[in-house]
Design a protein around this ligand. Structure first.
Ligand code: ADP
Ligand code: MG
Length: 486
């Protein structure tokens, strides 16, 4: 496709994200909710949908849904009902899914993402509702048969439906990244797309630039990474534009993404789509969410990535890059927060976290939770650098490695043992200055006749005679003063 053809069209994208909740038990039974258990071991008669069994609401799910709703600034419905979504499939033993149809718990929210130019943009969240997962059909484990694992059946899900506000595959990539960050900060979902605990269906259409009506949307499923969501959307945009250019009409259908080939393949057309025959779930009472309940959840809300990002940017004066880097992972952000409880040098603390600390973790494949040095000692290290007691290079090259070996020892103490405490005592430094001036009369004469760059030479000599322990800033100042005053 030529760039001219491409530029005639505008893509429109809306995403439906399913997040598996990190609850101990399933949505409507006491069966354990865990990934990777021996197949079909976490299945009671409720999960199997035996006649006469009754579902029971897991309160934790409601709590998690409220957390996410608050984080997205959604409205939270005071009263909700459950519905049955009926369809037949081997991994759905009840023959229906318990979901929320007309009364989702959250409506009218928003998530802020970056657009292609790096500007902020609000993506509307149409709704977030609670439902349950189906079991898992495995088509590639056995040569002849499809195997079914019902451990996943009944696992609580939140479905997050966006408005068709996204305009490019990059925006969609940024959006899913943001959703994943959010559910991880809220500790309601582990966000692992490879294991399927976060899944995304993409609705994609194209229209001519400036058109007043959206084109017909196609839904694409089965992307197991955020990168693949982006690739699937990119492929789909091109496919639709090429079809329209050929005079074809886009059919409303569901397609599947083939990650190996990087293409989407038609699964079923809208005509063949299920009629789910939703009706109210008679076995679960409506849920009431009181204002008090919402307030109590608000009190337990962890810090949100965006709140921290804005604080670092606006209050701490960090760059956007730094603020993003620090808030990418909640654990890193919280460690940074711990450091700055004890020092006001925000940029210094950011540099240590993003520099020496992250390199140490990366080299050893460790998480920040496994980092041996307490945040307080990092803050102390920063303070003794700022006080001119040790140089930054002594800090990174000598004191920090020693701290890794002796994480509980005060860095000042280690600096003493390592003999890297700088002398900022003016009298002591002045003695070194005088010694250097005495030893190099020729250079002094050249300096005085205008070769001011020789100050570097004198500083080198000073560091030599002081064995590197003179505070460079103080020494530099005294050296210049003495040379000028001669
Ligand atoms: P359906 O009734 O087919 O489920 P919805 O209106 O509920 O469709 O929308 C499902 C998803 O599709 C939402 O995320 C929405 O933003 C998105 N969507 C709706 N219309 C379009 C469109 N024309 N192009 C792209 N995405 C769309
Ligand atoms: Mg819909």
């Amino acid at each position: 496709m030529t760039p001219e053809t491409r530029s005639k069209y505008q893509a429109v994208i809306g995403l439906e994200v399913h997040a598996q909740m990190l609850t101990k038990t399933k949505a409507y039974s006491n069966d354990i909710n865990e990934y990777g258990a021996v197949p079909n071991t976490n299945v009671s008669v409720i999960t199997l949908g035996h006649p006469g069994t009754l579902p029971k609401m897991n309160k934790q799910t409601i709590e998690y849904a409220i957390r996410l709703g608050l984080a997205c600034e959604s409205k939270i419905a005071p009263e909700q009902h459950f519905a049955r979504k009926n369809y037949f499939y081997p991994d759905l033993p009840k023959g229906y899914q318990i979901t929320q149809d007309t009364t989702p718990i959250c409506t009218e929210g928003q998530i802020i993402v970056k657009d292609d130019d790096g500007n902020e943009k609000s993506i509307g969240i149409t709704r977030i509702h609670m439902e349950e997962d189906a079991g898992k059909s495995m088509h590639d484990v056995d040569v002849y048969d499809t195997l079914v694992d019902l451990n996943r059946a009944g696992v609580p899900l939140l479905e997050i439906v966006s408005e068709p506000d996204l305009r490019s595959s990059q925006e969609a990539y940024n959006y899913v990244t943001e959703v994943r960050k959010l559910v991880r900060y809220l500790e309601i979902c582990d966000g692992n797309m490879e294991e399927g605990s976060l899944r995304c269906d993409a609705n994609i259409s194209v229209m001519e630039v400036g058109a007043s009506e959206f084109g017909t949307k196609v839904e694409v499923k089965n992307m197991n990474s955020i990168r693949n969501v982006q690739k699937a959307i990119e492929f789909e945009i091109s496919r639709q534009i090429e079809a329209i250019e050929k005079g074809e009409v886009i059919a409303q259908e569901t397609r599947s993404f083939d990650a190996l080939k990087g293409i989407t393949i038609s699964m079923r057309s809208k005509e063949a789509a299920n009629d789910y025959r939703y009706f109210p779930e008679p076995d679960l009472l409506p849920i009431e969410v009181t204002k008090e309940h919402i307030e109590s959840v608000k009190k337990t809300m962890p810090p949100l990535p965006r709140t921290l990002f804005l604080k670092y940017l606006n209050e701490f004066g960090l760059s956007e890059y730094d603020a993003n880097n620090l808030t990418d992972s909640k654990e890193i952000a919280l460690f940074y927060e711990d450091i700055i409880e004890h020092t006001k040098n925000y940029k210094g603390a950011a540099n240590w976290v993003m520099g020496s600390i992250k390199s140490f973790l990366n080299e050893r494949g460790l998480e920040i939770s496994e980092f041996p040095i307490p945040a307080k000692n990092i803050a102390e290290l920063i303070t003794i650098i700022d006080d001119g007691k040790i140089s930054s290079s002594a800090a990174t090259q000598k004191v920090f490695p020693a701290m890794l070996e002796n994480p509980q020892t005060h860095p000042a103490k280690l600096a003493e043992t390592l003999n890297v405490i700088q002398d900022s005592n003016e009298d002591a430094i002045l003695e070194f200055v005088n010694e250097v001036i005495k030893q190099h009369p020729d250079e002094v004469a050249r300096y005085r006749s205008g070769e001011k760059q020789l100050v570097g030479f004198f500083m080198g000599q000073l560091m030599r005679v002081s064995k590197g322990k003179a505070d460079p800033k103080a020494a530099n100042q005294l050296m210049r003063q003495r040379l000028e005053a001669l």
